[in-house]
Design a protein around this ligand. Sequence first.
Ligand code: 13P
Length: 341
Amino acid sequence: MDNAKELRETIAAIVAPGKGILAADESTPTITKRFQAVGIESSAESRRAYRTLLSTAPGAEKYLAGVILFEETLGQADNSGTPLPRVLAERGIVPGIKVDKGTTPIAATDGDLITQGLDGLAERLASYKSQGARFTKWREVYGITERNPTPLGISANAEVLARYAAICQAQGLVPIVEPEVLIDGDHTLERCHEVSEAVLHAVFDALHRHRVLLEGMILKPNMVLPGKANPRKAAPEEVAQATLEVLRRTVPAAVPTINFLSGGQGPEEATANLNAMNAMDRRAPWVLSFSFARALQDPVMHAWKGDARSVAPAQELFVHRLRMNSLARDGQWSAASERER
Ligand code: 13P
């Protein structure tokens, strides 16, 4: 592939020891919902201030390989007028960009969704690249019910993810391929295992058909968990065992890194589950790291609340969460680590 060298260089930065990815790419409606939940007004300026807080947190560069931005942020600047992608790049953090345009129902599937945004994607990518982006993200979602996801939903979503990944690689941008099996519902861990395995199997089949360079992509999957409304919770070792089993069955060893989404887990829960995987399988063929949004940002947003005087303590909480996940990425985290500030 023509762009293999460029893709491998970006991957080399992303898999740096001790590091992971921050997802700060909430669309405007989503960040508005998150802001409202903690009483912050959502405006272009408050979103700029918040994402500047994240992008400039002192010490974050030790743990952050990359940050996924939303299109609006790619064009925003820090308080001194430096574009945020440049602020990140100057700190050795690779800027990335969410490129999908959200979901719409698939007819005849009784509830499955599919993600839009392939039309004109190549042109948009050229512009994002000129603004400093080096990698991209696209998310497909799979809700679990007795009937969903359907075989049609699984194959249609896989096809779109693979089309997206191939288009990105042709532009020299590393694709994050994100098939998210949702936590909503009262399903069992076993049902999430079954659905996640079917989804990842279809995704890698499609990536192969579309000639996606596996060495030049990042997988961002869900962890295998019971549904949020299921009263039976799973211990980190159970989550780790089930997730690793699914990944070993479906993800080729050529994929360099798997960076999990947090998907509605609490901050410490996501850290504990990531840690259990790395503590359990030191011989996994892939890096097992993080690409969390909520599990990294929730404590930060609560501490900041839109108040300029709270920027420094909010940044400290952010770097603490990053450090915890950096330990988890190496299987070195424990509940006691949370108290070491
Ligand atoms: P969460 O970690 O909050 O699930 O978000 C990750 C993400 O990027 C969703 O697309």
